[in-house]
Design a protein around this ligand. Sequence first.
Ligand code: TRP
Length: 319
Amino acid sequence: MDARLARIAPAKAPSGNSFAEAVVMGLARTPKEIACKYFYDETGSRLFDQICELPEYYQTRTERALLQRHAPEIARLMGPEVEIVEFGAGSLRKVRLLLDALKNPRAYTPVDISGDYLADVVRALGADYPGLTLRPLVADFTLPMTVPALAGRLRRAGLFTGSTIGNFKPDVAMALLRRMRGTLNGGGLLVGVDLVKDPRRLHAAYNDAAGITAAFNTNLLVRANRELGADFDPDAFAHYAPYNALAHRIEMYLVSLKRQSVTVDDQRFEFAQGEPVHTEDSRKYTIESFREMAARAGFSPRAVWTDPERLFSIHWLEG
Ligand code: TRP
């Protein structure tokens, strides 16, 4: 760890047994479910990076192109000397596009639940931006958290990309935006939001031919086996991700292919043949419906950028 990283207060890791509780409680429910944040162990984060490069997964490359193209304008809106706070930072590839355009960015605070992965990618970023103060926070941004002010009480700008906002129910999403607004102390938030579109395009994005999304989904069970001593047979569950056109969302499940029982943490769970475990939703918005939600969360929606096909949108919300 270099000097700039060492100056940073040690961040709290997500407690070791929260995954165990989530799996045990989620499987006791009807219908069964496992919360999507548990996708992102180190293997999951790396599989997700592969998803982002898939030909069918247009989201990442469209968002990147938008960021690249509008970086000068975004940089003007964010202003000079800011601290960027990124929620669910992932690979840190997108922030580079902004850092290159911003005027004298002072600090970067990436928040991510995937600790080892975050440490790796932050090290690489630090080498490329030697003047920047880096403060990686290993945290679950869905829980209340404090991001202490850095020296100089820098003005903040938030970054929330990848349409992660779509992975929350609308009321939860709104509460989350509200909380982020608090964390940003009056600074604005840049949010990437996937748009409602041709259902075939959406379906393909979550059902790729190479099976990476299926592997990503199934990795939840592999993770439970490794970390919780569970005895899932990953081959006995199918990745199933239909688009619900009425609700504007991809729904993701692991469906039990046979009658089976699984033991997790000394508890036995029965699965019927064809029984689903709900693992994620990915909601799609219209530009207007997202702006409305942001306004209800207390932000003032300002600029919005989209691509010619209107696949994806980036919103600048003033705090
Ligand atoms: N925020 C991303 C999305 O909803 C997350 C994601 C993409 C994802 N592909 C996935 C999550 C596949 C689980 C499985 O698009």
